[in-house]
Design a binder for this molecule. Structure first.
Ligand SMILES: NC(=O)c1ccc[n+]([C@@H]2O[C@H](COP(=O)([O-])OP(=O)(O)OC[C@H]3O[C@@H](n4cnc5c(N)ncnc54)[C@H](O)[C@@H]3O)[C@@H](O)[C@H]2O)c1
Ligand SMILES: [Zn+2]
Length: 709
């Protein structure tokens, strides 16, 4: 096991506990340095990012609680926590880190502090994805790529020009002979990552824990037996000719024009915002896109767009004050591998599934993950009891990418793949990557047919275990749909059957065609659903068609269906599609009686919501509660008292003092400290002339909303 002291509990980095003893503080510094050094070399991951961030946050908390303990060049003060690999390429200007925030409140505090430093509101911000890769600086001379260097310690980095030449998005020549420096992130897409790990483990290497680690390792590797593709997205430009005075967004557009891929040009895009509310909306938007990008982002970067604001704000030794990273929940975490289940699918495919200690990955609790196939499992050499890396990318089922070898128990044993099908004891066909029971569909047939016929499912009397076994053995059925095309004569021939019972059986089977959707679902035995979950799904979606076309997000509308279960249900339904199609073709009911169709219900709900919005007054919150509004300074055409009356007319509650609980501040001529406080708190502010216009629209019966003013 690891010899590291257990001092890195995963805590919420935003509310970190200081260490209570100096020795623990110093031990944590050592841990951070070791982790950062491994991280930037791309060799392996000493801990997951959430643990690293939490530990670093505890260092920061300790340093402000115990200033006398602060170590010289503490990791909290330097770029890359002092772990960057220093090379001999000096940077034109330092390549810095970014300060982090983890929630909206911290973001508002940061924005208010920036305004304070500037002495005025920031002129505008950009919002772009925080690509989870490795920072580089690329130098173009007369349009030719001449040098690429890593960030290193921020002052000097390693020369990786040769390796960077094949990176997609970083062209060898620009569209025009310009001399310029481009900075950005080298990373690996999800697809390239899967391929890279296959190649690497195929060459006997240990798998990369995640694409970031793979990108760092690949970029720094001098000689490789195989090529793992890398990509690039630029997020900064330096020394752009005639670039003096350009905003960040304009400079990025100019470099994109020259042929360089940029964050703004990626699927994630770049948003321009003027208020913190807009920032929050843009961040939320990128959060929902995260699963669909095809590459990892670990957050969002918010930057002041105006060069004047940047110059005025400046930078500390570690990070600029004009930018902040809003971090998302980490999508690679470590957990303990409790067991490896061997599952036999409906078609006889045999797969290993990891059972892990529950862990939050990308904001979702995960308890099991795929190990792909036995080949892969053996190559990755993952063992029960290991600390493993669990990665969740997109909406797909989480995967185990590898094990942390330095934490492996000495007595651990390699996983032994099954020699026979664990369900029927039959032979295994190992000719393909995906192993299969030689019985194929027939392997689980008896079991799944019994489940289908059971009282809680289709309730088919006379279809007991013995009859099922006889039907399967005779090759008359392999899946439930086959039951509905049985031939009476053939069934009569079965051992101990006879004409009367055969006729009765077929009538019972025929009769089951009208059973409710919930029973069909129960009978199909969708993993992670039982009788009551099947009923809930049927009542929610009303038809098999609506259920089968539901997205993972829509599945989560159902009570007690979280992301993990939703992903499993979706995968199971996709797997069952052929059987479902066959059942439908044979006339089995696929509707839940007495339930309004899903699409109709959703449309009605949307209409109801629209009506409700229309009925709300402009200063009412979505739940109808009044907004707390402060009017400061004069509103054109209104006395102070009339201003307060207007707030109430518009559905709000007027208040005299500005606090965190204030929802809106109307600012007019002669406004004083209240307006300044509102800005400091990052509150929503409305100029008084727009407030007067809103009131006029309301009086004219236009049903205005606040967002339109
Ligand atoms: N797991 C570990 O052991 C370990 C070790 C060290 C660091 N880390 C991770 O790295 C983070 C801190 O390290 P850091 O200083 O390298 O990064 P950072 O979080 O301070 O962010 C700065 C970096 O973000 C990158 N970036 C991506 N998109 C960007 C954009 N659009 N605009 C600007 N910059 C962009 C750049 O590479 C830049 O250097 C930690 O928060 C931690 O999660 C993990
Ligand atoms: Zn089998």
């Amino acid at each position: 096991m690891s010899t590291q002291p257990e001092i890195a509990p995963v805590v919420d980095a935003a509310h970190a506990e200081p260490f209570d003893a100096a020795e623990h503080y110093h031990a944590a510094i050592e841990q951070i340095r070791a982790a950062a050094s491994a991280y930037y070399q791309g060799t392996d991951l000493a801990m997951d990012d959430a643990t690293y961030d939490a530990l670093l946050a505890r260092l920061t908390a300790t340093e402000s609680a115990q200033p006398s303990w602060v170590a010289a060049d503490s990791p909290t003060e330097v770029v890359a926590a002092g772990g960057g690999v220093v090379g001999d390429v000096e940077h034109s200007t330092p390549m810095l880190s970014l300060a982090n925030v983890f929630d909206e409140e911290e973001l508002r505090t940061w924005a208010a502090r920036l305004d304070k430093v500037l002495g005025r509101p920031a002129a505008g911000y950009t919002v772009e994805p925080k690509i989870d890769g490795m920072a580089i600086a690329a130098r173009y001379v007369d349009g030719e790529l001449v040098q690429v260097a890593t960030r290193g310690d921020g002052r000097a980095g390693e020369d990786v020009t040769a390796q960077a030449r094949s990176v997609a998005g970083l062209p060898a020549a620009l569209g025009r002979p310009v001399t310029v420096e481009v900075r950005g992130e080298v990373f690996m897409t999800d697809e390239d990552f899967a391929r890279a790990n296959e190649l690497r483990t195929g060459h006997g290497g240990a798998p990369f824990a995640n694409p970031r680690n793979a990108a760092a390792g690949t970029l720094r590797a001098q000689d490789r037996a195989y090529v793992a593709p890398l990509s690039f997205l630029a997020y900064a430009v330096h020394d752009l000719p005639d670039g003096e005075g350009l905003t960040h967004s304009a400079a990025m557009a100019a470099i994109a024009e020259l042929g360089v891929s940029t964050t703004g040009g990626s699927a994630a895009g770049m948003a321009s915002c003027t208020t913190v509310d807009e920032l929050v909306a843009a961040i939320t938007g990128l959060g929902t896109l995260r699963d669909k990008l095809g590459f990892d982002i670990d957050g969002v970067v918010i930057k002041a767009d105006s060069p004047a604001d940047r110059d005025a704000a400046g930078s500390s030794s570690r990070a600029p004050r004009w930018a902040i990273a809003y971090k998302f929940p980490a999508d690679t975490r470590t957990s303990k591998l409790l067991g490896i289940d061997v599952q036999v699918g409906r078609t006889g495919v045999i797969t290993p599934v990891a059972v892990i200690q529950a862990v939050q990955v990308g904001g979702v609790t995960v308890t099991s993950a795929t190990l792909h196939n036995f080949d892969d499992l053996v190559r990755r050499d993952v063992r029960v009891g290991d600390t493993v890396f669990v990665r969740r990318a997109g909406e797909v089922i989480p995967e185990i990418t590898g094990a942390k070898l330095d934490e492996r128990a000495e007595d651990s044993v390699p996983f032994e793949a099954p020699s026979h099908c664990p369900r029927c004891g039959g032979e295994i066909d190992r000719s393909q990557k995906r192993w299969r029971c030689v019985q194929g569909r027939a392997c689980g047939a008896t079991e799944s047919l019994a489940y289908f016929a059971a009282r809680d499912s289709m309730d088919i009397e006379g279809l007991g275990d013995k009859v099922i076994r006889a039907l399967v053995t005779a090759g008359m059925v392999t899946d439930p749909a086959d039951l509905y095309s049985l031939d009476l004569e053939a069934v009569t021939q079965l051992d101990r059957m006879g004409a009367t019972s055969a006729t009765k059986l077929l009538a019972n089977i025929e009769g089951s065609k009208t059973q409710a959707l919930s029973r069909v679902l129960t009978g199909l035995g969708v993993r992670m659903t039982g009788r009551s979950m099947s009923r809930r799904l049927a009542r929610h979606f009303a038809s098999m068609e609506a259920l089968c076309t539901a997205t993972v997000e829509q599945l989560q509308e159902v009570e007690a269906v979280g992301p993990e279960r939703a992903a499993t249900i979706a995968a199971e339904l996709a797997d069952l599609a052929p059987v479902i199609a066959k059942l439908t073709e044979r006339g089995i009911n696929m509707l839940e009686p007495g339930v309004v169709p899903y699409a109709e219900r959703m449309a009605a709900a949307a209409d109801a919501a629209a009506v409700a919005i229309g009925e709300l007054l402009p200063l009412q919150k979505p739940d109808g509660a009044p907004m707390t509004v402060v009017v400061t300074g004069s509103v054109p055409g209104l006395t102070r008292n009339e201003g307060n009356e207007a707030v109430e007319k518009l559905g709000g509650k007027s208040s005299g003092s500005v606090s965190k609980r204030t929802d809106l501040v109307v600012v007019g001529d002669g406004a004083g400290s209240k307006a300044a406080k509102a800005e400091e708190l990052g509150l929503r502010i409305m100029p008084s002339d727009r407030f007067a216009a809103l009131l006029a629209a309301h009086e004219a019966g236009d049903s205005p909303t606040l967002d339109n003013f």
